[in-house]
Design a binder for this molecule. Structure first.
Ligand code: PBG
Length: 323
């Protein structure tokens, strides 16, 4: 009894009921996080041209949006702010009345149960578009840490439930943990963008967030795409510094990295299916070149099969309806 014709793998594929019994991976709406872009001002609803179906909203328009997200059963959002004023040191990132701080208050008022996670980074707030303080053309690691910690603390004071540093400076998780603990926020978790690659798949996001670097690129701080062993070192380091959840980003082109991290660490693992992943599928679907629902659900399933527990996806709302 070791092979065909006794053995027939197709036996368990004959009906949906059988397939359902032996299914190994499932995507649940409770696994998803939806990204939201907020802008300053009133009654602003601007569609992002490279991400059809996604908008930049002003805080006064957020309540309807977050009520819809919560009613779909999506447990969390991640917030990105686009400020009116940018400067060399990203001051509006840690201003108590900054765009994200205002948005957090509006969201918490409308849907207190919806988890508000904030992306902690300076690139949307700096005039040069880099994720930290620039000294002689180089992003200075240690000078940036203090500003990131200030930003995370300011988000938390405004009511954020979790902070997610995405800058890729060394030591930022530790700096943020210390700032939160020193101010009575011991219970606020950190979701670390631990293995974040310098990826061309972020293009549409940079249009959405107006955060493209004005000179050079991000390769001196984000990871080099060919490396996976280094990703494990990044994750190890963030865990040692106090990360509660670790993340791999992007998702689809880095499924192998997700699998490696899952097999190496017993920490909750998130994957960020980024703007370029959304834009590719959306564009092809608009041409009727592929079945959008089928492709999206297959992609989300693949990300979970690779080992992610949590998926940040611009498709979260549509997926919630399809699941
Ligand atoms: C900010 C940040 C970026 C993304 C998330 N946080 C852009 C970048 O690093 O340039 C990308 C998200 C996406 O493409 O969907 N540092």
């Amino acid at each position: 009894m070791s092979g065909f014709p006794q053995l027939r793998l197709r036996r368990l594929r004959r009906s949906e009921a059988l397939r359902s019994l032996i299914r190994e991976t499932e995507v649940n709406v409770g696994d998803l996080i939806y990204p939201l872009f907020v802008v300053e001002g009133n009654k602003m609803k601007q569609e992002i041209s490279s991400m059809p179906g996604l908008y930049r909203l002003s805080s006064d328009l957020l309540s309807g949006e977050v009520e819809e997200i919560a009613s779909l059963g999506i447990p969390a959002i991640i917030l990105f702010g686009i400020p009116q004023k940018k400067d060399e040191v990203g001051s509006s990132a840690y201003h108590p009345k900054g765009v994200v701080q205002q948005a957090i208050r509006a969201i918490k008022k409308a849907t207190p149960e919806l988890l508000v996670i904030t992306d902690v980074c300076l690139c949307e707030y700096t005039s040069h578009g880099h994720c930290g303080v620039v000294v002689d053309g180089y992003v200075d690691n240690d000078k940036t840490l203090e500003l990131l910690a200030k930003t995370a603390l300011s988000h938390t004071e405004a009511g954020a439930d979790m902070v997610a540093p995405s800058d890729m400076m060394d030591g930022r998780v530790k700096a943020i943990r210390q700032a939160l603990d020193g101010n009575g926020f011991q219970n606020i978790p950190i979701l670390a963008y631990a293995a974040k690659y310098a990826s061309a798949f972020y293009g549409p996001f940079r249009e959405a967030a107006e955060s493209a670097p004005q000179f050079g690129d991000r390769r001196s701080y984000q990871m080099d795409p060919p490396n996976w062993r280094e990703a494990l070192r990044e994750v190890e380091q963030d865990i040692a510094e106090g990360a509660d959840i670790v993340m791999v980003k992007p998702a689809l082109p880095y499924l192998d990295v997700i699998r490696k991290v899952r097999d190496t660490f017993n920490y909750p693992l998130a994957a960020y299916s980024v703007s370029g992943e959304y834009a590719m599928i959306k564009a092809a679907a608009q041409q009727n070149w592929l079945d959008e629902r089928g492709v999206v659900l297959e992609m989300l399933t693949a990300i979970k099969r690779a080992g992610a527990d949590i998926i940040i996806s611009y498709y979260a709302k549509e997926a919630a309806r399809w699941l």
